[in-house]
Write a protein that binds this ligand. Structure first.
Ligand SMILES: [Zn+2]
Length: 171
């Protein structure tokens, strides 16, 4: 379930501070793009992320692109339907680049019209489709906790980062 298109223009994304810190750390330490989805609720023009699902990046060129594995996608759809949650954002890291949307990200946004959160080592940015273009999304880091769901693979293969368990844990 994706947010309605009219919510995305001028939207604000509330995200738990610890998740942002984890993603920043991954962007700084993992040479591969790390990607996943944020699930949560929509309240007016505020999107409140409460669950983060880290995917496995199965792209053939994971240093410059990402492709989330089908199992994670299926899990996201089930969690969204069963929990009545929206997919409030797609997130991924840019290990060697600035936190801006690439051409591939813009094409991805057409397939997943929700907020796109891009995390670089030096900063984060968020955008959403708005009319024929793309609008900047305000990020509001919050102190309240969130749940992290990993997908049975290390978010950074070959590196001792993250947790290969698929049991949810609180951040
Ligand atoms: Zn990107």
């Amino acid at each position: 379930m994706l947010p309605a298109a009219n919510v995305l223009c001028g939207a604000k994304l509330r995200i738990c501070r610890h998740l942002l810190q984890l993603l920043r750390r991954l962007a700084c330490t993992c040479p591969y793009e790390v990607a996943g989805f944020l699930l949560g609720r929509v309240s007016g023009s505020t999107l409140e992320a409460s669950v983060a699902v880290l995917g496995c990046n199965v792209s053939e060129d994971p240093e410059r692109s990402f492709l989330v594995d089908g199992r994670t996608l299926y899990r996201v759809v089930l969690m969204s339907e069963r929990g009545g949650l929206h997919v409030v954002a797609v997130f991924h890291t840019h290990p060697a680049g600035a936190p801006f949307l690439s051409g591939a990200d813009l094409r991805g946004m057409e397939a997943w019209p929700t907020v796109w959160l891009v995390v670089g080592c030096g900063g984060v940015g968020a955008w959403a489709p708005c009319g024929p273009g793309v609008a900047w999304v305000e990020l509001e880091p919050v102190l309240q906790g969130c749940e992290l769901v990993e997908s049975g693979c290390s978010p950074c293969p070959g590196r001792a980062i993250g947790n290969a368990s698929s049991a949810p844990r609180s951040l």
